[in-house]
Design a protein around this ligand. Structure first.
Ligand code: 5RP
Length: 232
């Protein structure tokens, strides 16, 4: 395991340890959350916690939850989400995020924003002083609107690029059947305003700026031959 994978594993484990019996848990997407899902499954199998139901944020989370024996439910069947655990691509000092590296940010935002407690799990390479420093802002767009949406983004000063598939000819298609445009902004001075402005473009479903939704960030950091978990 690489040091980064080790940080992801330990931070995932630390988040899973916070899940309590009789709770509804939002299950995020990505390689860090995958560890959290694995450890929630292990705790259930060991009888450490009981009566936990998951709400997946993607096809990937659904498959992993089933694999690790976590019963699933839907937003139609519950009136609350107690805790959501999800990864991020960037975290700023105000706990605002860029998400969507796995093109799952639309469902993630629905679930994470509804949770009583939203916990973000990252390794320390994801911490930035300012959003947009290392990662582009993912924007989910309905297919027929992709050209006018890219033009509108250019007018806002962004440089959009259509996300292309890997081992798949053509663009990435989201779990909702839409496309993803990744946008480079020279400087994101007001993430809250940009989040709203992007979502206001006709044809945009959701963007990957998560502002004011995070309750706690757990950060994995390698110190010597150990991984320590810091809280933010
Ligand atoms: C998926 C996401 C992921 O949570 C984000 O990309 C982080 O992934 P990883 O834990 O694999 O680095 O937002 O849409």
């Amino acid at each position: 395991m690489t040091p980064q994978d080790l940080m992801k594993q330990e931070v995932g484990k630390a988040a899973a340890a916070r899940v309590q019996s009789n709770s509804i848990v939002g299950l995020g997407t990505g390689s860090t959350t995958a560890f959290a899902i694995e450890f929630i499954g292990k705790r259930l199998a060991a009888g450490e916690i009981t009566n936990v139901k998951g709400i997946p944020t993607s096809f990937q989370a659904r498959v992993l939850a089933k694999q690790h024996g976590i019963p699933l439910t839907t937003l139609d069947e519950v009136d609350r989400i107690d805790i959501a655990i999800d990864g991020a691509d960037e975290v700023d000092p105000h706990k605002n995020l860029i998400k969507g590296g796995g093109a799952a940010h639309t469902q993630e935002k629905v679930v994470d924003a509804l949770a009583e407690q939203f916990i973000v799990v990252v390794d320390n390479t994801k911490l930035v002083d300012k959003l947009g420093s290392t990662f582009l802002v993912p924007v989910e767009v309905i297919p027929m609107a992709v050209t006018p949406v890219m033009r509108a983004i250019e007018k806002l000063g962004g440089k959009p690029q259509l996300r292309m598939g890997v081992k798949k000819a053509g663009p990435v298609v989201t779990d909702q059947g839409n496309l993803v445009v990744d946008v480079k902004f020279d400087s994101i001075d007001n993430p809250a305003e940009l989040e709203k402005t992007l979502n206001n473009i006709p044809g945009v479903l959701e963007n990957g700026l998560f502002v004011g939704v995070t309750d706690l960030v757990l950060v994995g950091e390698v110190q010597g031959d150990k991984v320590i978990i810091k809280e933010m």
